[in-house]
Design a protein around this ligand. Structure first.
Ligand code: CDP
Length: 223
């Protein structure tokens, strides 16, 4: 079974998808981490963020690996060509670089191909991103579109950033989310959009537990 969870930045996709995968014994794939890994590696190699050809070559060549500490449970770190980028992909610099990189059609094609291959190895997988229900797995058994008001999303992401010591203010986080939402929704290659058959869940005012339970009920119905 494929569970596709799409939605704008900081709508809670990762937290919710990880909880569902753990509780229901499904595999989990964070596709945003893959685009972030390519963006970070492009910066390390000095590739210009508007050089679509070089970015596409990088996306085709780079080996992205999700590692698990102790070999069990969900992935705890991300590597590109053997280099650990777990922390680097969550910095404000990575937030800024990822939108232009993920707008390159060749980069998307390379990532989508890998995502289908990774999920194809597993029996049941929860994938989260922007285009899972619309492009990567249009026939997913369950498609969820998670939203929340931009203020609520900025509040959640500011707490995340504080935990990581990134030191961004609420206003900076809100501006970054709005910029990324606009960029992700208006790009021509697979823009962020709700698939016609996706179930929209507005999580403003809902607890994580409430969101997880609502989706798990839907999984049980579709299984
Ligand atoms: O966690 P957050 O919602 O901030 O972002 P993310 O899910 O890690 O995704 C980071 C960026 O990758 C997004 O802003 C999109 O530009 C891009 N992305 C995408 O284009 N397609 C996906 N399937 C997943 C992410």
């Amino acid at each position: 079974m494929i569970v596709a969870i799409d939605g704008p930045a900081a709508s809670g996709k990762s937290t919710v998808a990880r909880a569902i995968a753990t509780e229901l014994g499904m595999a989990y794939l964070d596709t945003g981490a893959m685009y972030r890994a390519i963006a970070v590696e492009a910066q390390r190699r000095g590739i210009a963020l508007d050089d679509g050809e070089a970015l596409t070559r990088l996306a085709l060549e780079a080996h992205i690996h999700f590692g698990r500490e102790g070999g069990s449970g969900l992935a705890t770190h991300v590597e590109v060509d053997g280099r650990d980028v777990t922390a680097a992909i969550r910095t404000p610099e990575a937030d800024r670089a990822v939108s232009p990189v993920s707008a390159v059609p060749g980069v998307r094609a390379a990532m989508v191909e890998q995502q289908r291959r990774i999920a194809g190895r597993e029996h049941d997988t929860v994938l989260e991103g922007r285009d899972i229900g619309s492009v990567v797995f249009p026939h997913a058994e369950l498609k969820i579109f998670l939203t929340a008001s931009s203020e609520e999303r900025a509040r959640r992401r500011t707490i995340d950033m504080e935990r990581r010591g990134a030191g961004m203010t609420y206003d900076e986080v809100l501006a970054d989310l709005r910029r990324r939402d606009t960029y992700d929704s208006s790009r021509s290659a697979s823009p962020l959009l709700k698939a016609a058959d996706a179930i929209e869940l507005d999580t403003t005012g809902m607890t994580i537990r409430e969101v997880v339970c609502a989706i798990e009920t839907l999984v049980a119905e579709r299984r």
